[in-house]
Design a protein around this ligand. Structure first.
Ligand code: ZN
Length: 147
């Protein structure tokens, strides 16, 4: 029997400002100063079967909520945010890890690949393999599917 590895994929985005004050490279010295990006986020989650193991829109809503809670203190869900969040000197890799840790804390404890890019041009992709705890499909959700 053929082996199939199944993933779901959801995308979202948010606006932020960051910088890299210690940047040693003269040709990209602009990175030392705060600059704005639309950070594009793609999350792939390993699923067990082919019939809505994780529901796309519910998971996308959760991802938007994670970003809103973590970076915007719950004030600006998902891409509805107008003002960019100040990310300090955080890199795309660090943002991906933040998102993974918060999703994990909210009950999504599965293998994931999280890609965070700057304006869809350049970015980082991290693969996470959590150990231990069994995944609970709606862990942390209340009856309305909201955190
Ligand atoms: Zn940047």
């Amino acid at each position: 029997m053929d082996k199939i590895t199944r993933w779901i994929k959801v995308n979202t985005e948010f606006r932020g400002i960051h910088c890299w004050p210690e940047c040693p490279y003269p040709d990209v010295a602009f990175l030392r100063n705060p600059h704005r990006h639309t950070f594009k986020v793609e999350v792939k989650v390993l699923i067990d079967h082919d019939d809505r193991d994780i529901e796309f829109f519910q998971f996308q809503h959760r991802l938007d909520q994670v970003i809103s809670d973590w970076y915007f203190k719950g004030t600006q869900p998902g891409h509805k945010n107008i003002e960019p969040v100040d990310l300090g000197r955080k890199s795309c890799e660090q943002i991906a890890e933040d998102i993974f840790q918060v999703l994990r804390a909210y009950g999504y404890n599965r293998r994931m690949v999280i890609c965070v890019s700057e304006d869809g041009e350049v970015g980082a992709e991290l693969e996470f393999e959590p150990d231990g705890t069994k995944f609970e499909p709606n862990g942390g959700l209340d009856n309305e599917g909201i955190l």
